[in-house]
Design a protein around this ligand. Structure first.
Ligand code: ADP
Ligand code: TZP
Ligand code: MG
Length: 305
């Protein structure tokens, strides 16, 4: 188990009303989503970076879904017609991505197709900024990122209120977060409301990852403690979480999908850490744990409101 005493005190200080009760409808929806993924093997396609593409596909398979990677707008939109969700990750860029991703986001929006954005390294470089800005008015169903990425995307899309718009000193530092999850909470809530306002059914969610994940649909907030610090010592824990959020979005509403994927990762991270000897064996154990962790372990997790 990886919740050390400092994390336990952080949990206490951030919790509002304690653990979501057993039998709460959200827990039932999470358990149902895990069973649905494992019984229907949903396809979530990915337009993702070429550092972690293999881990994204393997995590989707181990969680119970299936994977397909695609990069050309006509191909992505054709596959979107037959898959449950699309995952877009802007970690690595090629010259054609700027036009391709703008076209893909517009096409997914026009077709009413659900998609997940991982705004990797948001704020870094003019091309990545242009791509992320092009998503503003045709946004995803779910944004999944680390705290710095969520803070930057909120500012980039002009969703901040007057006070928050003041430069708070946050700077992109590559793909790693330089901010605490709690400092991204107002940005996450604003982003979730923006996603919901642009969604055909009024639903959207934002998942901020870190030592204690924060999930919101803009109205309801949840904190998910746990996971493993070793998840930060392999590349692609965040990217593969984004892919698995896509897997869950193929079978569930955005809030349930973000919750189920994040809880699935946290429980699997803890199981893997107990068996691992370092980052290499951790990655292997992690994929095994994604496969073996039960729906009950996931749905019975601590969920702080
Ligand atoms: N210090 C930590 N302790 C436990 N789990 C963590 C920690 N940091 C990140 N995680 C987990 O690792 C996964 C990836 O999160 P993160 O490292 O924030 O993403 P990214 O790789 O995009 O920066 C998430 O499931 C998150 O809960
Ligand atoms: C190292 C690196 N460089 C560009 S994308 C990428 C992977 C980022 O993975 P994650 O966000 O899951 O840590
Ligand atoms: Mg990331």
């Amino acid at each position: 188990m990886s919740i050390d005493s400092s994390m336990a005190s952080a949990v206490t200080s951030t919790s509002q009303t304690g653990n979501l009760p057993a039998g709460h409808p959200l827990r039932t929806r999470i358990a149902d989503a895990v069973h649905a993924v494992r019984s229907t093997t949903p396809l979530a396609q990915s337009f993702t970076n070429f550092v972690t593409i293999n881990l994204v596909a393997n995590a989707q398979l181990a969680a119970g879904g299936t994977a397909a990677m695609s990069y050309l707008p006509d191909d992505v939109l054709d596959i979107a017609a037959i898959c449950g969700a699309t995952y877009i990750n802007v970690g690595t860029l090629l010259p054609f991505y700027k036009d391709a991703l703008a076209d893909i986001a517009r096409g997914l929006h026009d077709q009413g197709k659900p998609w997940v954005l991982d705004p990797v390294a948001a704020g870094l470089g003019a091309t990545r900024t242009a791509i992320l800005e092009s998503f503003r008015d045709v946004p995803p169903t779910i944004v999944r990122g680390n705290a710095s990425e969520i803070i930057v995307l909120d500012r980039m899309w002009g969703l901040t209120d007057t006070d928050a718009a003041a430069d708070d000193g946050t700077r992109p530092a590559g793909v790693e977060s330089v901010d605490e999850v709690d400092s991204a909470i107002p940005a996450a809530r604003r982003l979730a409301r923006h996603l919901a306002a642009h969604s055909p059914n009024g639903q959207g969610a934002v998942a901020v990852s870190g030592a204690i994940d924060f999930i919101t649909d803009g109205t309801h907030d949840y904190r998910l403690p746990g996971g493993s610090a070793l998840m930060t010592k392999i590349t692609g824990a965040g990217c593969s979480l984004g892919g698995v959020v896509g897997t869950y979005l193929a079978v569930a509403d955005p809030l349930t999908a973000a919750m189920a994927a994040s809880l699935h990762f946290n429980r699997a991270g803890e199981i893997a850490e107990a068996a691992a000897h370092g980052p290499g064996s951790f990655q292997t154990e992690f994929l095994d744990a994604l496969w073996n962790v039960t729906a009950e372990q996931i749905a019975d997790s601590t969920i702080l409101q």
